[in-house]
Each structure stands twice: as structure tokens, then as C-alpha cells.
Design a protein around this ligand. Sequence first.
Ligand code: NI
Length: 163
Amino acid sequence: MAIRTIRVMGDEVLNKVCKEVTKVNDHTLELIDDMFDTMYEANGVGLAAPQVGVLKRIVVIDVTGEDPILLINPKIVEMSGEQQGSEGCLSVPGKAGIVTRANYVKVVAQNEKLETIEVEGTELLARALQHEIDHLDGHLYVEKVEGELQNVRPASEDDEDEE
Ligand code: NI
């Protein structure tokens, strides 16, 4: 287990489309462990593999600090409703902006055994799911911000809303 370096906006790895995962080996499991460690260390609620420089369709999310979710090859299969709220990203440090997202999403993905799983979420979890899956297609939330990106205080122990 190790903390990996989080890539920041401007690094071209964040703008690439990630590859489907077709096998999970020890290397992949180590990456997943490291992604959780890196997310928790940075007080984030989600992290996608390209944010640590790996172009694979893998996402980790934990919006409460007690509900770790691993998603391999996630796809949004249902979405409904609308929510507008402030969003941040570990790859865009010190910034936040208002983004409108679906208020509910259903995601089909695979777990570490490549078994099919379904995850449903509303509100913050729905936002995190959409935000992280966007990362796998090379998209950052800043493309969707309404109005200006806001400056926020530097990341600290108290920040909990960065993805
Ligand atoms: Ni992000």
C-alpha cells in the first residue's frame, strides 16, 4: 500500500480515454489499494485511476468515510432528477465550482473479481459517481462549471468534498 502522486489539471493524462479492464492481477489489486489510500490521505470522496496516472477504467468512492466502493468498468445505465451544487476535484486543488448533475444514477460495474455489480446513488453519491466516471473519459468537472471557478482554501484535514 502506498500513497500515489495525484496528477493535476494540465497533465495530459487527465484528458485521455481510459481502457477497459479485462483482467485483475496483483498489480491491479495493488493499484486499487493505493487508490483508496491516496483518496483517504487527500480527504477526497472519490478518485479515478487516471488521477494517479493510470489509464484504466477503475474508480474508488467513499462519500461517508465508511462505505468504500470499488467500480471497475463502470457505466451509468439510469439517471434522473437534477441537483445543483458545489463540486471540487483532487486534480484541481484549491478550486470549486457549481455543477448541475443528475440527482439519481444507477451504475453497472464490476468488482475486483470481475463480477457484475450495481450501485445506485442519490445526492452526493450520485454526484461522485458521475464525476468519477467522467474522469475515465478524460473529462474534468471544470468543463461543466456554471459561472466562475471559485478559489477555496488549500486542502486541509477539514475538507471532505473533493473528488
Ligand atoms: Ni475529480
